[in-house]
Design a protein around this ligand. Structure first.
Ligand SMILES: Nc1nc2c(ncn2[C@@H]2O[C@H](COP(=O)(O)OP(=O)(O)O)[C@@H](O)[C@H]2O)c(=O)[nH]1
Ligand SMILES: [Mg+2]
Length: 205
């Protein structure tokens, strides 16, 4: 649940980057961290193993401008992808205002994408949400690699609810900001219908 503080005029939203291990979730946050000016970001906190794999989560707070006088802060989280970190994923997903599903486009990772998506649906359901009750968007990452599924295939197999989708090459920063804007737009629109305090969303980048 997003947190609107009328006293300090702040809106806080939690966005979770979800998806299979090694799909590029941490890479998305690292790119955003390096692209954002110092005064609009906090520290990027990564709890990683010594092989640089996300152990619990990565966290990046971003201030993304104002809406009708309210300062909007996005708190970006990633989840660990490895199968055995299920309890961590559940905790991190709790109270999410929006989800970016980062899919790995490589043909041989399709099963891992599907398994992770099923896992996301399960955890959302456990907390009384679903893929349609909160803003969820897809990012098809690693489009630079040779052995990738065609976009139409990614879309058909993963995005059967026809939610917003973005192509990306996160290692080069391609599609990363577009993805964030895509989810932010949906989150802000959802809040607009939930509260009357917010006008049409606009973002600075
Ligand atoms: N070729 C390619 N590699 C990528 C891309 N995005 C991420 N990677 C690499 O994939 C590996 C896993 O990325 P990471 O962000 O740690 O995945 P996470 O487990 O989802 O957090 C790293 O070696 C990244 O450099 C991409 O768009 N193209
Ligand atoms: Mg990671």
């Amino acid at each position: 649940m997003s947190f609107v503080n009328y006293t300090t005029k702040e809106i806080n939203c939690k966005i979770v980057y979800y998806g299979p291990g090694l799909g590029g979730k941490t890479t998305n946050l690292q790119y955003l961290y390096h692209r954002t000016s110092n005064d609009s970001k906090g520290r990027l906190i990564s709890l990683a193993t010594n092989t640089e794999r996300t152990l619990f989560f990565d966290f990046l707070p971003l201030a993304l401008g104002t809406i009708r006088g309210f300062r909007v802060r996005f708190h970006l989280y990633t989840v660990p992808g490895q199968v055995f970190y299920d309890a961590s994923r559940r905790l991190i997903l709790k109270g999410a205002d929006g989800v970016v599903f980062v899919a790995d486009s490589q043909v041989q990772r399709m099963e891992a994408n599907l398994e992770s998506l099923k896992n996301l649906e399960y955890h959302l359901q456990q907390q009384g949400d679903s893929l349609t009750s909160i803003p969820v968007i897809f990012q098809y990452n690693k489009r630079d690699l040779p052995n990738v599924s065609p976009l139409s295939e990614m879309s058909r197999r993963l995005n059967y609810l026809v939610l917003p989708e973005f192509e990306a090459i996160a290692v080069r920063g391609l599609g990363v900001i577009e993805t964030l804007k895509g989810v932010a737009k949906k989150v802000l629109l959802q809040m607009k219908t939930a509260t009357s305090a917010i006008d049409s969303p606009s973002m600075t980048s």
